[in-house]
Design a protein around this ligand. Structure first.
Ligand SMILES: [Fe+2]
Ligand SMILES: [Fe+2]
Length: 226
């Protein structure tokens, strides 16, 4: 349980770095101040999530031991690709996919969570994730609206989705999905079974990914595979 909260501190730092870097790219593109401010506010939220996760780790009697994975913090440009293509790739992967599934995931993690610091962390995270998710879809719509050739943007998303979906399934519905169920005590600290993660991902695919991508001309079913 401590390992999980320690991993969450690192994951929140990673989200903070990713969002801050993506927002720099948006500034470089001359995106509207509204979109830039949304990005900066999200980076700030992620830092708060890291603090709350660290407080939960401490309340559980744990401490951070592993160093932060420096080489994983920060984004890399694709050599030769326009900035727009990298913003699209990161926006879809981290926000349209990652933050969209995060909303029902944190809803499920919070359901049986009663340990006060863990609950406080999950309350705040869940409240913010809805706005983080919306940022992703707003960003995608902005990229579609401003592209000289919107069909090329749709085609790029369609082409990148199979690998991104496979990555998500690896994270949330991998071979560990049948592993030992976690205890009631662990659930009280905001953890859940691998099988529950897989369920949330399957439901998100049907209820959000398929219809929301379809609205933008992208066929998520064709990309899902698996
Ligand atoms: Fe977060
Ligand atoms: Fe987030």
């Amino acid at each position: 349980m401590r390992d999980e909260w320690a991993a969450r501190v690192h994951a929140e730092y990673q989200s903070c770095a990713l969002t801050q870097h993506l927002t720099l790219w948006l500034i470089q593109m001359g995106a509207s101040p509204d979109l830039v401010r949304d990005g900066l506010r999200i980076a700030e939220d992620e830092l708060t999530h890291a603090e709350l996760s660290h407080a939960t780790l401490a309340a559980a009697g744990g401490a951070l031991t592993a160093p932060i994975p420096r080489d994983q913090l920060g984004l890399r440009r694709t050599p030769g690709a326009p900035l727009e293509a990298d913003v699209l790739r990161v926006g879809v992967r981290a926000f349209c996919l990652g933050e969209t599934v995060a909303v029902p995931l944190f809803t499920a993690l919070r359901r049986d969570c009663t340990a006060p610091t863990a609950r406080e962390a999950l309350d705040r995270v869940l409240r913010d994730e809805v706005r983080h998710r919306d940022f992703g879809w707003t960003l995608l719509d902005w990229l579609l609206d401003t592209a000289p050739d919107p069909d090329a943007v749709v085609a790029a998303v369609q082409a990148s989705l199979p690998d991104m979906f496979a990555e998500l399934r690896g994270l949330y519905a991998g071979p560990g999905a049948d592993a030992t169920p976690i205890s009631a005590a662990e659930r009280a600290w905001g953890l859940m079974d691998a099988a529950a993660y897989a369920d949330v991902l399957a439901t998100t695919y049907e209820r959000q990914y398929v219809p929301w991508f379809a609205e933008r001309g992208v066929d998520a079913r064709a990309a899902w595979g698996g």
